[in-house]
Ligand binder design. Structure first.
Ligand code: NAD
Length: 487
């Protein structure tokens, strides 16, 4: 382990200044298992300071025109883009994902989040209607809510943080963001760019630390009327409890147990590589990843054979290896949790066709204590098994056969989650029918993870409350008022 002096030490960013903290948490490099960074272990005191800064900055920032705020967002996007390579390297080291993925997805999308909301904020209109019989004109006005509390997870650190910061400040709010304590580095790097971009002190405050300590201090603060949260369902429950006495506005983007439904008329040439990617991209640590694959019986054997062969080609490697498709999982505890699901499946009599416990993973000596795991395919498993019901959030996917359209819809809907589904078929009528009946906030057909940021994003059932996107985020980050004038 490196000595304390060599460790990267982060500081909170409050009122436009970096502020040291009195205590710190160790942060690990997932590819080596070594501590490499210290993250502030903030609490009530830091939240109080951030609230004071955000409160003071609110009148000035909310009074700026959308055009002025838009320019600031564009400048920040440009600065992030200039630092793309440094941010990608840092994201990979902090999270365990490959540098290639951070360079081609996480950081470009973070840049895009600012550009997108810089543009969309200019195009909202309010509503207006006239009631002839009483001579009344009705119209709506929208205003920023105030101080927005933003809590984000570790799987797509900068990408999901900026997906909240950008719409919140574009709409005129000031924010206090709390990234995951496991992946705080790129948020801290972004803070260094805020002043140059023209973000006034106090508009964006970032406090680092754990959920139970600084997260709860933020959620419970009476002057933070709105919480936008992305993370797990148990944490969402706790946030909802803490927010209830204050009637806070809540947006909850939670987990999934996402089905892929593969009909016999699917184009397997496209379906197989996409389903390997949808199962194992980012080590399976994306809320939208596929983890239950239903395959129509007539093509089941063929699919399984080809899918397992393609999974074996999905290379696990050190994150800097350009030929690696997958890096390390986020933490030792998470790796153990993911492995425990495979163990349970085996104990229940399911078959593990490749990956964990079946194939050998070879790593350089330096990375042998890293949190690596092979992509794993499970079959002969019952729908009632925890591997088919619970979110594993790792490189594990289950493949099972089905007979009919009605049956597969019912089975796909039989979990508590409802985030994302994919449907593979060349029959357009069937795709429309199935998409309509699936209990899922997002349905992709013959593709995966193609995003139109204008349209609603989010889940139903235990996958969340509310949606994000151009109009949805704008509505969430503003309060609406209806005005009626009789003339
Ligand atoms: P998590 O719930 O453990 O943590 C998320 C964030 O909440 C972190 O910043 C954490 O510190 C904070 N937190 C934890 N306890 C808290 C508390 N008591 N009060 C306030 N804040 C608290 O989730 P995670 O493990 O970081 O992320 C993985 C989960 O996120 C998965 O379930 C995944 O599906 C979900 N996710 C959902 C989406 C989506 O858009 N729907 C996107 C990415 C991840």
């Amino acid at each position: 382990m490196a000595g304390t002096k060599a460790l990267l030490t982060l500081e909170n960013f409050i009122n436009g200044k970096f502020v040291p903290c009195s205590s710190y948490i160790d942060s690990y490099d997932p590819s080596t298992g070594e501590v490499y960074c210290r993250v502030p272990d903030s609490g009530n005191e830091e939240i109080e300071a951030a609230v004071e800064a955000a409160r003071a900055a609110f009148p000035g920032w909310s009074a700026r025109s959308p055009q002025e705020r838009s320019q600031v967002l564009h400048r920040l996007a440009d600065l992030l883009e200039k630092s793309l390579e440094d941010l990608a390297q840092a994201e990979s080291r902090d999270q365990g994902k490959t540098v290639t993925l951070a360079r081609t997805m996480d950081i470009p999308r973070s840049v895009q989040n600012f550009r997108f909301f810089a543009s969309s904020i200019l195009h909202h209109t309010s509503e207006c209607t006239h009631m002839d019989h009483v001579d009344c004109l009705h119209y709506t006005l929208r205003a920023p809510v105030g101080i927005a509390g933003l809590i984000s997870p570790w799987n797509l650190p900068l990408y999901l943080l900026t997906w909240k910061v950008a719409p919140a400040i574009a709409a005129g709010n000031t924010v206090i963001a709390k990234p995951s304590e496991l992946t705080s580095v790129t948020a801290w790097m972004m803070c260094k760019l805020l002043e140059t971009a023209g973000v006034p002190p106090g508009v964006v405050n970032i406090v680092f630390g754990t959920g139970p300590k600084v997260g709860e201090a933020l959620v419970s603060h009476p002057e933070v009327p709105l919480i936008s949260f992305t993370g797990s369902q148990p944490t969402a429950e706790r946030i909802a409890q803490l927010s209830a006495p204050h009637c806070k506005k809540l947006s909850l983007e939670l987990g999934g147990k996402n089905p892929a439904i593969i009909f016999e008329d699917a184009n397997l040439e496209e379906c197989i590589p996409t389903t390997v990617r949808s199962s194992f991209a980012n080590q399976g640590e994306i809320c939208l990843c596929t983890s239950r694959i239903f395959v129509q019986k007539s093509i089941y054997s063929e699919f399984l054979k080809k899918f397992v062969a393609a999974t074996r080609m999905w290379k696990v490697g050190i994150p800097s290896d350009p030929s690696a498709n997958m890096g390390a999982l986020i933490s030792k505890a998470h790796l153990e949790k993911v492995r425990s699901y495979v163990k349970k499946a085996r104990a229940e009599g399911a078959r593990i066709l490749c990956g964990e416990g079946v194939d050998m993973l070879s790593l350089p000596p330096k990375n042998q204590a890293g949190y690596f795991m092979l992509p794993t395919v499970i079959t002969d498993i019952k729908d009632e098994s925890c591997c088919m019901k619970e979110e594993i959030f790792g490189p594990v996917t289950c493949v099972v056969p089905f007979d009919s359209e009605e049956e597969v819809i019912q089975r796909a809907n039989s979990v508590k989650y409802g985030l994302a589904a994919t449907v593979w078929s060349s029959n357009v009528g069937r795709v429309h029918r199935v998409a309509k009946k699936l209990q899922s906030g997002l349905v992709w057909s013959n593709c995966w993870l193609i995003r139109e940021l204008n349209l609603p994003f989010g889940g139903m059932k235990s996958s969340g409350i509310g949606r994000e996107g151009a109009k949805d985020s704008y509505e969430f980050f503003t309060e609406v008022k209806t005005i009626t004038i009789k003339h």
